[in-house]
Design a protein around this ligand. Structure first.
Ligand code: NAI
Length: 330
């Protein structure tokens, strides 16, 4: 039996985690979930939002499924998500974005993948209050991390029969930092002559994406642009409720949706578990449980095709009703 760490998060996290555990169990796959709490609720008891036991559990089990954890805005503790990615060296954030059956959106045939660098850039958290009216944030870009993420993107393209890897930057303005990222991309690209290369500035990318997202295949981006662009691309396929993701490192992987803890719908039985479920399906493939992954994906797609959906994507089902529909389609 697989033992997998589950961070059930806060906000809508516990509701969607329960849904996904129920669906996986109903598919006939027994998983020993090592449930680990993190975030604001554990600070009082354990003194920090990301206790060492969480990291130890992931290091031991090598694989985790993670529901969202709230990060206080403008003050309070540092993001548990950012810290987790840094501490476990989960350097690649993979966010595939493909149309789903039964969800009508503005564009058909969207099938792109955002590969986001996950450990540095402005997310390194190097900030300084110069005086009352001035604050500095340092953008850190290294050749090592840039080459590593570009190589990940090209390897992903080769393995998944993708045609193109496009580097996204703002190297016309940030000539040193984004310039270094682009230089790393060009160096790595030389090893992949079979994959088409392309470079684009992030502002132009956003304009072109909203005009026609089918123009793009694999995108590789520094951390901040990757974060923003992947929320934008989530909009092409039905929104954050259906956008999956994974954080991959050398030793372990943490699968988590793109969305946050959605405090506005917390505890209302409204949350869409699809994004976490799709992340879990990829996790099952990652651990070699392809048949179960396939079975659950089929049941999910059938449910959505039947028009059985949660409110965020135009349906009227609650989280628990939707979960039951998927289970009955297994
Ligand atoms: P959010 O993604 O939580 O919510 C944005 C909007 O999308 C809200 O209207 C929400 O109701 C809706 N939404 C998101 N997921 C949904 C789902 N599964 N089903 C139905 N509707 C859904 O973004 P927001 O409000 O900016 O962030 C809330 C908190 O989450 C913040 O503290 C933020 O730092 C944290 N966050 C955590 C992440 C993580 O744990 N990986 C990622 C992004 C944000």
């Amino acid at each position: 039996m697989h033992t997998i760490t589950l961070i059930n998060g806060d906000g809508i996290g516990p509701e969607i985690s329960q849904s996904v555990m129920d669906i996986i169990k109903a598919s006939g796959l027994e998983i020993n979930w090592d449930i680990q709490t993190a975030g604001a609720d554990v600070i009082e008891k354990e003194g920090k939002p990301l206790p060492d036991r969480v990291l130890a559990s992931i290091k031991k089990n090598k694989v985790a499924l993670k529901a969202p954890v709230t990060t206080p805005i403008g003050k309070g503790f540092r993001s548990v998500n950012v810290q987790l990615r840094k501490d476990l060296n989960l350097y690649a954030n993979l966010r595939p974005c493909k149309n789903l059956p039964g969800i009508v959106t503005r564009f058909d045939n969207v099938d792109l993948v955002v590969v986001r660098e996950n450990t540095e850039d402005l997310y390194a958290g190097v900030e300084e209050q110069i005086d009352e009216n001035t604050a500095h944030s340092i953008k850190i870009i290294t050749r090592q991390a840039s080459e590593r993420i570009c190589r990940f993107a090209f390897d992903y393209a080769v393995k998944n029969n993708r045609k193109e890897v496009c580097a996204v930057s703002k190297a016309n303005i940030m000539k040193l930092s984004d310039g270094l990222f682009l230089d790393a991309y060009r160096t790595v690209a030389k090893d992949y002559p079979q994959i088409k290369q392309r470079e684009i500035l992030v502002d132009n990318l956003c304009m072109q994406l909203v005009q026609d997202p089918t123009r793009f295949d694999v995108l590789v981006l520094p951390n901040l642009y990757g974060d923003i662009v992947s929320d934008l691309t989530a909009g092409f396929i039905g929104g954050l409720g259906v956008a999956q993701g994974a954080n991959i490192g050398l030793d372990c992987a943490v699968f988590e949706p793109v969305h946050g803890s959605a405090p506005d719908i917390k505890g209302q039985n409204k949350a869409n578990p699809t994004a976490l479920l799709l992340s879990a399906i990829e996790m099952l493939r990652y651990i070699g449980e392809n048949q179960h992954a396939q079975k659950i994906e089929k049941a999910l797609f059938k449910t959505l095709s039947n028009g059985d959906k949660t409110q965020d994507i135009g349906g009227n089902l609650t989280t628990t009703e939707f979960t039951q529909k998927v289970i009955s389609n297994l």
